[in-house]
Design a binder for this molecule. Structure first.
Ligand SMILES: CC(C)(COP(=O)(O)OP(=O)(O)OC[C@H]1O[C@@H](n2cnc3c(N)ncnc32)[C@H](O)[C@@H]1OP(=O)(O)O)[C@@H](O)C(=O)NCCC(=O)NCCS
Length: 153
């Protein structure tokens, strides 16, 4: 799906491992703070396995062969009656040189188009403070409760 004249968004599959490997090498440029270290070297097998996981949704936005944005969701099955699943939006980023040009909004629009086709009606995001205003502009609302995390030592 196109966002504008020169940005295109596509859903990656296992045969797109190279694109994921390239992104991991420079994904700091998609972070709130681009001066952090990138994720680093990803093996071909790891990238292929990740993109082949049926619970993984990974969209890439590209312009002229350059990656300008990405959106990563997890398909979460629901236990209770109603839609069969919901989405957990785990991470997204627009290249630091491409922000405020509608790429983030377009990535969410593509995700929502996919949700409608799958009859999924809800998406959750554990948002960082920096991005909260962006998500609100795109129709997300604050929910009650806190997100907690535990890192095993
Ligand atoms: C948050 C992020 C993905 C937004 O991407 P983007 O491509 O710049 O967003 P868009 O250009 O589509 O912006 C859509 C709207 O949100 C607004 N917006 C964008 N970033 C914003 C921010 N950080 N805070 C408040 N509003 C923001 C835009 O002004 C625009 O509003 P408009 O439609 O009224 O003009 C991008 O800033 C980013 O990659 N941040 C670093 C990584 C990050 O924080 N990811 C989220 C992790 S939870």
């Amino acid at each position: 799906m196109a966002t504008n004249a020169d940005v295109r968004i596509r859903l990656l599959g296992p045969d797109d491992a190279d694109a994921l490997i390239r992104l991991a090498a420079t994904d700091n440029l998609f972070d709130e703070d681009p001066s952090v270290e990138p994720s680093g070297t990803l093996t071909y097998d790891a990238a292929r396995s990740f993109l082949g996981d049926p619970s993984v949704l990974f969209w890439l936005a590209e312009s002229g062969g350059e990656t300008v944005g990405f959106l990563h969701c997890c398909i979460q099955r629901r236990r209770i009656p109603g839609p069969w699943a919901e989405l957990l939006l785990l991470e997204m980023g627009t290249h630091v040189d491409w922000r405020h040009r509608g790429i983030g909004r377009s990535l969410l629009a593509v995700m929502e188009e996919w949700m409608r086709a799958q009859e999924i009606t809800e998406v959750w995001v554990p948002a960082n403070v920096y991005a909260t205003g962006f998500y609100e502009k795109c129709g997300f609302a604050q929910d009650e409760g806190e997100i907690l995390v535990k890192a095993l030592g």
